[in-house]
Design a binder for this molecule. Sequence first.
Ligand SMILES: [Zn+2]
Length: 432
Amino acid sequence: MVTSRAGEIAQSEIRRNNLSRMLSELHLRGPLTRSELAAILRLNRSTVASLIAELAARGLVWERSRDKPAPQPTPGRPSPVVEICREGPAALALELSTDWIRAAVIGLGAFVAVSVSKDLSLASSTPEQAVDEAHDLVGPILARLDHGPRVAAIGVSAPGAIRAEDGYIYHAPNLGWRDVPLGSMIGSRFADLGVPVFVGNDAHLAASAEHMRGSGRGTADFICLWGEGGIGAGIVVGGKSLSGAAGYAGEVGHMAVDPEGAECRCGSHGCWETEVGEEALLRRSGRDPKGGSAAVADLLEAAGKGEGGALAAMAESGRWLGIGIAGLVNVFNPSRVALGGLYARIDPYAHDALVNELDCRAMPAPRAMVELTTASLGADALLLGAAELALAPILRDPATVPLPGDAAAISSRRRARPPSYGWTLTPAEARR
Ligand SMILES: [Zn+2]
């Protein structure tokens, strides 16, 4: 009976694929009715009903009546909507940046349950201290999740060249870290959670979040430049993130733009980062190059007041940004390039110089079709990207989420308890 067995396997594969497609649509688009799901997925209503039933049994989605009546009342019963269950599996997202650590619990649908942050110079910390700080930071927020979402995986955003397979940091020049097995260190420190750990490069994760939910939405060829201490890029080609053979792709900050240029922290000379990085910007403005985010805030304030030195420094950084972006436009032919992090903040002052250089140096055809914009998710892009990385296995195969032993208990808990904390994106005051 080989044929019948093969047929069963094929049917099972199709069902798993359909579960993945349905959960992914709800994750990205938000609540949808059964008929909308049937149209989007091109499936009949009985198949849609059966898939919803399985996702609901696994605690991933639920159906509810619409909160508000439709603007044009329609005859018959109102159609319930299917949406992500906010008490389902979630990611513990951690962000290790040069000047701070942030953490959040983020569920499917990008529901941010809680987030916390702490200012801390990671360049002055050992990797062990950074992991301990992260653990201390998230203890209290996890304790608040007794009746909330269940942490199913940990996603970590960190700067540097990071091996995708196991989260091993080969070199993070801006932190001064080399050969750090960050993935296994986080796994050991958070062993009590007993969940898998995924570590990604910060620029890759920001670009992934921007591509899915922000400035890159709807584009298949997209570049998100991300700068804080250094500069990196997430590059999406034909709808897929470019990771390279091991995950090190996108280190655009270390493209040489001046062979005679200044020494770079990576060990080379004249890298793009030595001209467009935070230190170069601060140095040109006469500020302490090591002043970090406080010095950048001071510089932005001065530029806002029209201080000549500050404006000239911004324009020079803009000029160098344009030089590098022209090269990226020529190589990748993106339809959109987004500036994120530091570059979104200086864009109002650097924009004209950047565009002028881009116009001079990019080839006319790719230049004409590229749209330049700023990242729209703000600082949340890193945590949202880290959560996407951690939740990707569930979205790929929802059937890996176990069926609960007592579905009735979960169902009654869902009815009895409205969320006791804000299910919103990070509060504005926590954004940078
Ligand atoms: Zn370099």
